[in-house]
Design a protein around this ligand. Structure first.
Ligand code: ADP
Length: 488
């Protein structure tokens, strides 16, 4: 089986968010679990400016002309030298040295990602590598699936189409004109709502044989008004084609027993060493006392999606109990200001570190007792899984991947964390109080930590589910083509 995997970003070449984690790990995990078989997955990402600045060892493969109005655009394709997963980098005038991976100019992003999507299809034909599955991710690469659906030539006739939705509300607004310029007309005869017939993600979903959401709960939620971004009715009509598969965690990167970024490594047997990390971080943050209080951590994009405002209200409300908190995050300027303001109000309790700092993030996960993730919606979420690996108890809102990965049955000896229902500070207040009370019951707390640390968040498990999907869609395509031939 041959799978072609397209994404806007992939580790270790370029990473902006969770998509980069997934596109960096999943193809490798798939290649690993299928070693010794005929399975092959190849990956393509744009040759972003950030990669050009510090490029890996690449081999030039070919130059292509991509049909575009008013004039065709040139693409160059490079291949990574020495890799266990063949990776292609697609370059062109739209990917300049100083351009960010995602810009605020939605029509420009529409143009460059549609160009990338179509260049990938042209390129496969140029090297005559005919995949059994093309797997797109989010709106950026969704145009590839739509182009395959409406194209007239035969090259992809037998190829199945799969899309993963990492974050539904990002539909690709602003790309309508670009789609037209690249010869992709609105899907006027489709069952998509009219407003969605010229947007990349809805078109990709429409064209996909299988739709994957990044957690089982999110797969259900996107079929409801609260989470469906206006597509809930259409998605619900496709419920048979939708499946939820949790993202895995890169266990080599997130391993408290071998983590070079933390001061004291630890594991289940040496869990007391986790506390040394707390002492270490307290020093780093300039705190001299309060080691007995639970340390609450947040490592997050500062975005309303993440319920940062809810967390701040709760920290203001729950002052009768002892706690300290560290918030590591960047993003929305108003939320950055709000976090900073709270630090001014309670300097003895709260430290705000308003930057993106992967090294410090490891130290926060290692030092914290509790991690707050009060998201309004959370397609999958990695932070709660990382927290559990590090013996840090997550408090999450019961939504999406948080609901699927945090187990809260009211009994600390068999739970892995705390969940609350509605995205309101009163509910988080009560849950935080519950957690802080449990913190003083050392035996119960340890049990919960252990439960979290022994969960299996490996990619291998998720990769097997992806492999299943590939096998199913390929089989369905074969049956389809046999029945078409029979009719002919
Ligand atoms: P999302 O992809 O929606 O931002 P996830 O929980 O899936 O949320 O993944 C976020 C990832 O980014 C986690 O690995 C988290 O540790 C990391 N992260 C978020 N904010 C920061 C920050 N300020 N510094 C370092 N790492 C961060």
């Amino acid at each position: 089986m041959k799978v072609f995997y397209l994404a806007a970003e992939a580790e270790p070449y370029v990473k902006v968010g969770g998509l980069g984690d997934v596109a960096g790990s999943l193809p490798h995990a798939l290649q690993e679990i299928t070693s010794g078989t005929e399975f092959e997955i190849r990956v393509a990402i744009p040759f972003h400016g950030a990669i050009q600045q510090n490029p890996p060892l690449l081999k030039f493969l070919t130059s292509l002309q991509i049909p575009h109005y008013p004039q065709p655009l040139q693409a160059q394709v490079y291949e990574l030298e020495q890799a266990c997963v063949k990776t292609y980098f697609v370059s062109g005038n739209l990917f300049t040295l100083d351009a960010p991976v995602y810009s605020t100019d939605t029509s420009f992003d529409g143009l460059k990602f549609t160009f990338f999507s179509l260049a990938c299809l042209e390129f496969l034909q140029a090297i005559d590598w005919r995949p059994d599955v093309v797997h797109a991710n989010d709106w950026h690469t969704a145009p590839a699936l739509y182009a395959m659906l409406i194209q007239r030539d035969d090259f992809f006739r037998q190829t199945a189409r799969v899309i993963t939705i990492h974050n539904l509300p990002y539909l690709g607004h602003g790309a309508a004109e670009a789609l037209m310029e690249f010869g992709l007309p609105p899907a006027v005869n489709s069952p998509l709502p009219v407003w969605a017939q010229q947007l990349p993600l809805p078109l990709g979903i429409y064209a996909a044989d299988r739709i994957i959401a990044v957690s089982p709960t999110y797969a259900q939620e996107i079929q409801t008004t609260d989470f469906g971004a206006g597509l809930e009715e259409y998605l619900s009509s496709r419920r048979e084609d939708i499946i939820g598969i949790l993202n895995g965690l890169d266990l080599k990167v997130w391993d408290p027993s071998a983590d070079k970024n933390i001061a004291y490594t630890y594991d289940l047997q040496k869990l007391h060493r986790k506390e040394y990390n707390k002492t270490h971080l307290y020093k780093e943050l300039g705190w001299k006392s309060g080691l007995d209080s639970p340390l609450i951590g947040m490592v997050t994009r500062l975005d309303y999606q993440k319920g940062v405002d809810i967390a701040l209200t709760t920290l203001r409300n729950v002052t009768e109990l002892p706690w300290k908190a560290v918030i590591l995050g960047t993003g929305n300027p108003a939320l950055e200001q709000a976090v900073y303001q709270l630090q001014l109000e309670m300097p003895d309790r709260l430290r705000a570190v308003l930057r993106f700092d992967p090294v410090l993030s490891h130290r926060v996960y290692a030092a914290a007792d509790i991690l707050l993730i009060p998201s309004r919606y959370e397609p999958c979420g990695l932070a709660q899984m990382i927290a559990m690996r590090y013996g840090t108890i997550p408090i999450g809102r019961a939504t999406g991947g948080l609901r699927d990965t945090i187990l809260d049955n009211g009994n600390p000896y068999t739970s892995t964390g705390f969940l609350f229902g509605r995205p309101q500070s009163e509910e988080l207040d009560a849950t935080l109080r519950r957690a802080i009370q449990l913190f003083s019951n050392r035996r119960a707390w340890r049990a919960m930590q252990r439960n979290g640390m022994t969960q299996d968040f490996s990619w291998a498990r998720s990769a097997r589910e992806y492999l299943n999907v590939y096998q199913q869609v390929v089989k369905a395509k074969e049956i389809d083509s046999v029945s078409v031939e029979a009719k002919v």
